[in-house]
Ligand binder design. Structure first.
Ligand SMILES: NC(=O)C1=CN([C@@H]2O[C@H](COP(=O)(O)OP(=O)(O)OC[C@H]3O[C@@H](n4cnc5c(N)ncnc54)[C@H](O)[C@@H]3O)[C@@H](O)[C@H]2O)C=CC1
Ligand SMILES: O=C(O)[C@@H]1CCC=N1
Length: 287
């Protein structure tokens, strides 16, 4: 079949099934693809492109067809995830834009790249959604927030939710929250890793072997996270449940407060959010 000059390779038996494409084969594409696969989409209904073969092997191991052609992904897909670094988004769109029609839903995960920029780079009738995932999508424990472009309808948002429901928590919100979510959760994952490393190093300092300290630190963060999510309690409430009056925890918490951990963490979310906003201004000014 030919669509505005692009040759679509179709398997007649799969024609009615939704096709999902990924432009970019990095960690985000991989995490989202794994989540989508576990939601009963067949690997053959997904396809991934990247200029080099470096990252494509792990998709092939999942049975997902791969290509070096972004155009092929667009032409063979209904929903296209754009998962390249933010500065590459204009280049990728200039390459594939002429092949995008109103049958496509374009989902950008690029940090900071705004809906206004995305819609300006794409044809007038393009349906665009901006999504911010995070690394734990690879284990279906992601936290994802999306916002719709001006032409995305309720059914487009519902379709995206259905596709992503196995990736983790999926929420929709106004665009202004996407950069905040990037700081809180996209980058926040790395903040938690820094804390994990510091916990373990504290234990090493006190004499525990590093390997064991790291295993215990990761289990501590996993366990604390699950209790937090599953109890629905405020973190301050849970913290008070761990503190014996005059006991070990309150001594440790006092030390953390003296070091300004809370203020520093709030500032980290703020800086990461501001950085995402800066990407937005830069990608907008390149139009
Ligand atoms: N890594 C993270 O935790 C998060 C990343 N993001 C966003 O996701 C996007 C992707 O990030 P990662 O997966 O971490 O990046 P990555 O560097 O792991 O992957 C980028 C992929 O794009 C491919 N690529 C480069 N040029 C290309 C082109 N012209 N056409 C097609 N593919 C091309 C690369 O080969 C690579 O496979 C970024 O925009 C980032 O802002 C969003 C949330 C979290
Ligand atoms: O550091 C970054 O720019 C990307 C976006 C959120 C997580 N990683």
């Amino acid at each position: 079949a030919s669509l505005r000059g692009c040759v679509i390779k179709m398997d007649p038996e799969m024609d009615t099934q939704l096709k999902i494409g990924f432009i970019g084969a990095g960690n985000m594409a991989f995490g989202i693809a794994k989540g989508i696969l576990s939601g009963n989409v067949l690997p053959l209904n997904i396809r991934v492109s990247a200029p080099s073969s470096r990252n494509l092997g792990r998709f092939q191991e999942l049975g997902i067809p791969v290509t070096h052609s972004n155009v092929e992904v667009v032409c063979g897909s209904d929903v296209v995830f754009v998962a390249v670094k933010p500065h590459l988004v204009p280049r990728v769109f200039s390459e594939v834009s002429q092949f995008i029609t109103d049958r496509h839903i374009i989902v950008s995960v690029a940090a900071g790249v705004t809906l206004a920029t995305l819609e300006e780079l794409l044809p007038e009738n393009a349906v665009v959604i901006r999504l911010m995932p995070n690394l734990p999508c690879v284990l279906q424990e992601g936290a994802l927030l999306f916002t719709r472009g001006s032409r995305a309808k309720d059914e487009d948002a519902a379709l995206l939710r259905t596709l992503l429901h196995r990736c983790g928590l999926v929420e929709e919100g106004p665009e202004a929250w996407i950069d905040i979510h990037t700081g809180l959760s996209g980058s926040g994952v790395a903040f938690v890793y820094l804390f994990a490393e510091a916990l373990a190093e504290g234990a090493v300092k006190m004499g525990m072997p590093g390997v064991l300290a790291h295993r215990i630190a990761s289990q501590t963060i996993l366990g604390a996270g699950r209790v937090l999510r599953e109890s629905g309690k405020h973190p301050a409430q849970l913290r008070s449940e761990v503190c014996t009056p005059g006991g070990t925890t309150i001594y440790g918490l006092h030390t953390l407060e003296q070091g300004g951990l809370r203020a520093t963490t709030m500032s980290a979310v703020e800086s990461a959010t501001e950085r995402a906003r800066e990407f937005g201004r830069k990608s907008g000014s390149k139009k």
